[in-house]
Design a protein around this ligand. Sequence first.
Ligand code: SF4
Length: 323
Amino acid sequence: MEFSSRTILNAYKVLDGEKLEEKEALALIETGAPYLMDLYSLADKVRRKYCKESFMTCGITNAKSGACSENCSFCAQSAHNPTGIKTYPLKSADDILNDARKAKSDGAESFCLVLSGRGYEKPDEEFLRILDTVTKVIQETGLELHVSPGILSDETAKMLKNAGVSAVNHNIETAPSYFHKVCTTHSAARRILTVRAVKKAGMKACCGGIIGLGEGPRERVEMALALNDINVDIIPLNILRKIEGTAAKSDTLSIREILNTIAVFRLVNPGRIIKIAAGRESALEDYQGLAFHAGANGMLIGGYLTLGGRSPEKDKRLIESLD
Ligand code: SF4
């Protein structure tokens, strides 16, 4: 379906609770001048209608770094990618608690423990330590606690829920049909199984991915639809910033491509939190604020896993200026 001036008018049906078809989303993601602001304005209206004023700020800690057995091409933590990052085993509960206090003082409402590695299909000794740490952080900070543990089984997902975890981050990373170009040590289907286990256990699924991995608009639309299909709650969108030593094909996306992706993700996933994460500063430059008028309603603050972010004060000022 070709883009025409009627494409955006037709997409107003999302405000009436109707869904976009794949071919409609694909035409929209290709929107160019002079219709860009029409697309972003519609995405903003959809966000306001379905999410009201909710805005999520999330801080993370790299609680266990590097040496991962999996070969995700973009990831600095993979042992297959010679990135030279600092690797270390699971941090102590006290160190993680200090990171949580810092995130809280930076303005984060939720805090996520990110753990490098394939995951926890069985509750081993390290997993039990994570459960103890989670309980301690919740008791002492009152933050909403999230975990990014890799692959989970029904059993380990349930144990995280019982320990007080509110949400589990496990990204599908890209379109399921494109995933084999990004990773061959596990499948998109295995990732989706974990997301289903998280939902089944009664936690929120924080699940999104990375754009700029060499995928095209068709794959970005496929990813947005797949996330809607598995009914995720929070969609983190990262924009690839290639790290020296990683195998990912680096594809520099234009600001238009990034903002159009955010807007179409909003139209396909009307009521979800769409959280802009790593890469936003360098990829969007002066247009970061526009992302939050084009459908996004959350951000990761205080730095990323292996890359620093900008100062929390700057992000606070940006959030306050959005009203
Ligand atoms: S499984 Fe996670 S930590 Fe391991 S390489 Fe892939 S993205 Fe990185």
